[in-house]
Design a protein around this ligand. Structure first.
Ligand SMILES: C[S@@+](CC[C@H](N)C(=O)[O-])C[C@H]1O[C@@H](n2cnc3c(N)ncnc32)[C@H](O)[C@@H]1O
Length: 499
């Protein structure tokens, strides 16, 4: 492993403009982590909201999973109607502009150097897309290759398989294949999914951010990150971080229950998380993993009594019933199948599923319920046919209630100013503002919360491209800075029916 001084020098050189603290003022350093390997450690107290660094990717491109959506390998748009395979290299494209772009020219030049073993039109474009981010490693300069080689890699298959499978179609020089497999294994251990613009359903991209790659995982992370339009990654403290603590990110969904998070981490990142949240059967009182007791008449909650031991039985908090972990896993699998039948775009169906089906089987605190509730929050007020002006009173208050519930869960976890909190505050603000638009008599009562929710949401969401497009407009007119303006002057922005 590279000595720490050399790693620090690589970090400084890489961050350049994004990290230029006055001598002695650095908030963190790379160092040995108590969690394993290296990590980023705070060397002084860090305030919530502080930008910790701005990283840029060594590599960027499509994800490698087998279930990716096929999109244009240049602009990431998914459009089956216009997409076609490049006649020279078989990469998927969506337009003549993308085909003639420098980005495609570079990708195409790399692939067409390899003699093909089958006619080029028979090359599997999905496989090429999955391998493309690793293929781009062939273009890295010496310094970037050196940084890539210092990062952790998971070498065991399936990591690297999408590159190995390219040999069905091309004769690839061994040295090139080796570098691409290394890149794939490093990407799988370290890459971050790059968020799309708000509401865009583009093909997901991932990026290898070498400094952010040194951040270890905690199920209640103390940082959040956002991406700007140049794919730079801005890493920010979500709460106070004391000197000596490690800067952590979260490799899983924040609202997943402990078994789901630990299984995912073990499968994809090859470690068993033992953080404070994982060790707490109640997860800060959120009970995200809880199931209903298997004794029908009991009504108590079943929880993993020793959550760090995956094979340990679950226990009912009411009647003390012990249930083998394998029986719990069967129920979780059945619930997973039930949820996979739900159309995530269908609000009526989601409401029905939530109220009439799933809560019959699992407690309202369970992550599945929360996941569906969040889905409803994102759709109500924003989906065509269910925009703010069109929402029934009942759905408007449902949205408000769901936002408040999810915010309570995040607060109980101690998630600080996580990105998800910003999004929920934005949606709560929008629901309250719509209520005040409909009922002017409620304006004075709702005004303080309408203002504080948009202000807080703005502060959390302002840095990235994935924040709502009307975030700034709402803050300008409905935030505390406009508190003295008359109601009509503030609320006219909501009369624009496209909001
Ligand atoms: C993105 S890297 C993080 C940096 C890494 N520690 C290093 O030395 O390069 C991810 C890997 O770090 C280790 N890791 C991260 N968080 C961990 C945690 N909470 N507990 C144990 N290992 C962890 C795991 O090996 C994981 O696959």
């Amino acid at each position: 492993m590279l000595p720490m001084e050399q790693l620090s020098a690589l970090i400084q050189e890489h961050l350049g403009q994004g990290w230029d603290p006055a001598p002695g003022a650095a908030a963190w350093v790379a160092g040995e982590s108590a969690l394993g390997g290296r990590g980023l450690l705070a060397v002084r107290d860090i305030a919530p909201g502080q930008v910790l660094f701005v990283d840029h990717p060594l590599l960027c491109g499509p994800r490698s999973g087998t279930n990716i959506h096929r999109g244009c390998t240049v602009c990431s748009k998914i459009n089956d109607q216009t997409s076609f395979k490049c006649p020279k290299c078989s990469l998927l494209l969506c337009s003549v502009e993308c085909q003639s772009s420098t980005a495609h020219h570079n990708d195409c030049a790399l692939i067409t150097r390899w003699p093909n073993k089958v006619p080029i039109e028979e090359v599997d474009d999905t496989l090429l897309s999955r391998a493309l981010t690793s293929i781009r490693a062939l273009l890295l300069d010496e310094k970037s290759r050196q940084f890539l080689c210092t990062l952790q890699a998971h070498f065991q298959p399936p990591h690297g398989n999408e590159v190995r499978d390219l040999s069905k179609y091309f004769d690839i020089p061994k040295e090139e294949e080796k570098l691409m497999i290394l890149a794939s294994c490093v990407l799988d251990a370290n890459a971050y999914q790059i968020s799309n613009q708000y509401g865009e359903g583009d093909m997901h991209k991932r990026g290898l951010y070498p400094v952010a790659s040194l951040m270890n995982h905690d199920c209640v992370p103390n940082t959040r990150h956002a991406f700007n339009s140049d794919f730079h990654m801005i890493v920010i403290a979500v709460k106070a971080i004391p000197a000596g603590a490690e800067l952590c990110t979260c490799y899983t969904g924040l609202l997943w229950g402990t078994p789901a998070r630990r299984v995912h981490l073990a499968k994809t990142k090859h470690f068993l998380c033992a953080c404070a949240r994982c060790a707490d059967p109640f997860e800060g009182g959120t009970l995200l993993a809880a199931l209903k007791c298997f004794q029908a008449e009991c009504g108590g909650l079943l929880l993993p009594a020793r959550p760090l031991q995956a094979a340990a039985p679950w226990r009912c908090m009411e009647c003390d019933l012990q249930v083998p972990a394998s029986n719990v896993a069967d129920v979780q699998r059945a619930l997973g199948s039930l949820v996979s039948t739900v159309d995530l775009e269908d609000v009526d169906g989601l409401e029905k599923f939530l109220l009439e089906r799933i809560t019959k089987f699992i407690p309202k605190t369970n992550q599945i319920v929360l996941d569906i509730e969040c889905r409803l929050i994102w759709l109500l007020g924003e989906k065509d046919g269910l925009r703010w002006h069109e929402l029934s009173e009942q759905r408007l208050s449902l949205k408000e209630r769901l936002c408040r519930g999810a915010l309570r869960t995040l607060a109980a976890l101690g998630a600080g100013d996580a990105y998800l909190r910003g999004l929920l505050l934005y949606h709560l603000h929008a629901a309250l503002a719509e209520r005040a638009r409909r009922a002017p008599l409620l304006y004075e009562e709702l005004k303080p919360e309408i203002e504080s929710t948009i202000e807080q949401a703005y502060n959390i969401l302002k840095d990235g491209i994935s924040g709502p497009p009307d975030l700034e407009l709402r803050r300008r007119y409905l935030g505390p800075a406009a508190a003295d303006k008359p109601r009509e002057e503030r609320f006219f922005i909501l009369d624009n029916k496209s909001l």
